[in-house]
Every structure is written in C-alpha cells, then in structure tokens.
Design a protein around this ligand. Structure first.
Ligand code: PLP
Length: 406
C-alpha cells in the first residue's frame, strides 16, 4: 500500500544552512564563507571564547552539579542575570517587580515562546505582527507558524543604504492601534543599520501614541558597539518610557554558544501581577513544547554573568570580536577605495554588527559564488566575520569585478 505520507510535498532547504553545505562541499582553496552569522577568527576558525573555556572547566569540576531537570522556566540565576543584562541592573522595571523571564531554546525559541503567548493571550484580537523589510527570515516563519498575520514596515532605504526612518514612522503611525512590532534593538540583521538615540525617541513616541506592543529581538548585544550597555540603549529607553514589551535574548553570538541554545525571553509588564500571570501561562505552554530547557549553556552563561571577574573577561572577549569586525570593515572599505570600485562604499564602515548589506544584486552574488567561490546570501548580505586579512583583498577584487562587469 502507498505511504500514508505520499501526499506530503517536499519543503525547500533553508537558504543559509544550504549555503554552508555548498561551501563545505566546495574544494577550491580560495573559497570564502560570508553566509552564516557566526564569528570567525583571523584564521577563519570558530572561536571558543577564553572565558567560556574557563567556565567550562569550572562546571566540569563541580561535583555538586547533576543532570536533574531544570524548572519549566529554566535556571533561575541565568534568568535573573539575563534580565539584568538587557534592562540594566538599576532598571525601574526590576525594582518594581514587573520584569519577568523564561529560559528558552536560544533566541529562536525566545521569539517563538513570545509569539505563541501573543497568539493565545494578546488583548487585541487579530492583531498583525509587523516585521522590518528586510529582516531575519525566521521572523515571518515563526509568527505565521503560530497563526499571527505578518506585515512589513519599511526599514532599509536602498538609495541611501541607510535607515528609512520616514517610512518606518509612517507605517507605525498608520498600523491599527495595538499592533505588534518586531524590532531589532541593535545590530539589525541583515542590514547592519540601527536607529540613532534621537531616532529611537521618535520611534518610541509613535509606538506609545498608537498603543503598539514592542517585541524586541536581541541577538547581538555587545556585538554592535562592543559595549553591552550601549547596545541595550533602545530597550532601556523604551522601559524608561513605561512601555510593556518582550525581549528575546540570544547568547549564541555574544558567548559563541551557537549549539548550546542558551536564550531568554525577558518580559516587562505594567505590574507584578500581570508579569506573574504571563510567566505562569508561558510555563504552561513551555511544558507542552519542550517540558523544560537544557541546562548546560545556561549554566555557563549564568556563571559568567554572576561573577565579576569572569564578567570582565567576557567583556574583553566581546571587544576582541567586535573590534576585529570593525577592522575588517575598514580594510574592505580601503581596498574597494584603492581599487576605485564604482559606487559609494561608505555604508561598509557605517553599518554595524556582524553583517553588511552590500547592495550587490542577485546576479552579482551568483557570479561571486560560481567564479570566485565566495558564498553569501542572495540579498547581498555578507557576514563580516568571514573576512580576515588573508581573504579580504581577494574578496574586494572579486567585488570589483562583479560591480564593473556584471
Ligand atoms: N534573531 C536574529 C535577528 C538573529 O539574527 C538570530 C540568529 O541569527 C536569532 C534571532 C537567533 O539565533 P539563535 O536561535 O541561534 O539564538
């Protein structure tokens, strides 16, 4: 008899993961991977942060640790430290007991957990979630997956290769009141373009006036400027303004813990009572999805966040990563300028965080892959971490060729 699944159509492969597979299969020694958003050293290798190695050692030698289940909402010391990290230790919301949290399966799980909660309990029935155009591809998939309609707000201005603030504010102004807005608080993926503090004020004004709900997705705290506090400006400012919000936090990039799935959903509510009820509903929902989160990554992060000395070392490790990326931006910009590559390239140094939105078009991206063995997503996004002093000139020359000839 035919399979009971014979009517299941095949689904397309995930583009970023597919890119990594093609890169791995490519035998050319000149190949360059600028696809996946994972940090690489000057040697092009993954980096286990020295502070994580230290924390690892401490955990391995801790005879008091066991493999019992964590509570449904996760490791308490991790949750509390994560909330403090994003809101600031002196946050009003923490002092007033209205900041809560749930440990989730990294940033992706935190976005999902918040989205699932909104799909069941958000007071504005039928509200859409507005995501930036463009954004991380998973945003649409996650919100649509829980049945929340997804719409877009303008973000990237292709002419200026910068923020389309006017378009963004107009979309917020005209969205039905009480809409959900998914916002990147720093190091916007994929554009590398963030609002300035003054622009954040204007954004908060509209969000408040229109009664929209803010869902921050924070995957790169510390990666944008190298400073954890500076990168949390937008979130802390929105809290100061008295807005309620969710903040999905990922420790994949800033701790280099990609595979350990350490993440948190921070909740800022109007009152401790509301916060407690939200946490209880999230616990109920989480029980039915993952039962309880994994311990290892959260123990590592908790150890570092709760120890002054280790925290200081972590900040240094973060600067190492952020600064290497900033250096690469400069080298790439200088090289394109030296070659006289047609067009303006100042956005390479102006954009921040792990990615740069180069403005390269899809046919040019195709030539980069087929002729030069350089792998990047079709939208022209490059992960700056994939560049180093050995391949940056090669990459610049390849860009110069595709811009002139394709
Ligand atoms: N959100 C954004 C904007 C991202 O870029 C990423 C990772 O690329 C994530 C969330 C989630 O990453 P993870 O689930 O590995 O923490």
């Amino acid at each position: 008899p035919a399979s009971v699944f014979s009517n299941v159509p095949g689904a397309p492969e995930d583009v970023v993961f597919a890119l990594t597979s093609s890169y791995k299969a490519d035998k050319d020694p000149k190949k360059v991977n600028l696809g996946v958003g994972a940090y690489r050293t000057e040697e092009g290798k993954p980096w286990v942060l020295p502070v994580v190695k230290k924390a690892d050692y401490i955990l391995v030698n801790d005879d008091n640790l066991d493999h019992e289940y964590l509570p449904i909402l996760g490791l308490e010391s991790f949750r509390e430290a994560s909330v403090k990290l994003i809101l600031g230790a002196n946050s009003r919301a923490i002092a007033e007991g209205r900041a809560g949290s749930a440990q989730c399966i990294s940033g992706t799980g935190a976005v999902f957990t918040g989205a699932q909660f909104l799909s069941r309990h958000y007071s504005v029935k039928g509200a859409s979630c507005y995501i930036s155009r463009p954004t991380w591809v998973n945003h649409r998939a996650i919100f649509e997956g829980v049945g929340i309609p997804v719409k877009e707000y303008p973000y990237w201005n292709p002419e200026t290769k910068g923020l389309d603030l006017t378009g963004m504010l107009a979309a917020m102004d005209s969205a039905p009141s009480g809409s959900i807005f998914l916002i990147h608080p720093c190091a916007h993926n994929p554009t590398g373009v963030d609002p300035t503090p003054d622009q954040w004020r204007q954004i908060a004004d509209v969000m408040e006036r229109r009664g929209h709900f803010t869902f921050f997705d924070c995957a790169y705290q510390g990666f944008a400027s190298g400073s954890l506090d500076k990168d949390a400006f937008s979130v802390r400012y929105f809290v100061e303004r008295g807005l309620e919000m969710f903040v999905a936090q990922s420790f994949s990039k800033n701790f280099g813990l990609y595979s350990e799935r350490a993440g948190n959903l921070t909740i800022v509510a109007k009152s401790p009572t509301v916060k407690n009820r939200i946490e209880s509903q999230i616990a109920k929902a989480q029980r039915a999805v993952i039962s309880n989160p994994p311990a290892y990554g959260s123990r590592l992060v908790s150890l570092v966040l709760n120890d002054e000395k280790l925290y200081g070392e972590w900040e240094k490790n973060l600067s190492t990563m952020a600064n290497r990326i900033i250096d690469m931006r400069q080298v790439l910009f200088d090289e394109l300028t030296r070659l006289g590559t047609p067009g303006k390239w100042n956005h390479i140094v102006d954009q921040i965080g792990m990615f740069s939105f180069t403005g390269l078009k899809q046919p040019q991206v195709k030539v980069l892959k087929e002729k030069y063995h350089v792998y990047l997503t079709d939208n022209g996004r490059i992960s700056m971490a994939g560049l180093n002093s050995k391949n940056v000139k090669y990459f610049a020359a390849a860009v110069d060729d595709v811009v002139r000839n394709h």
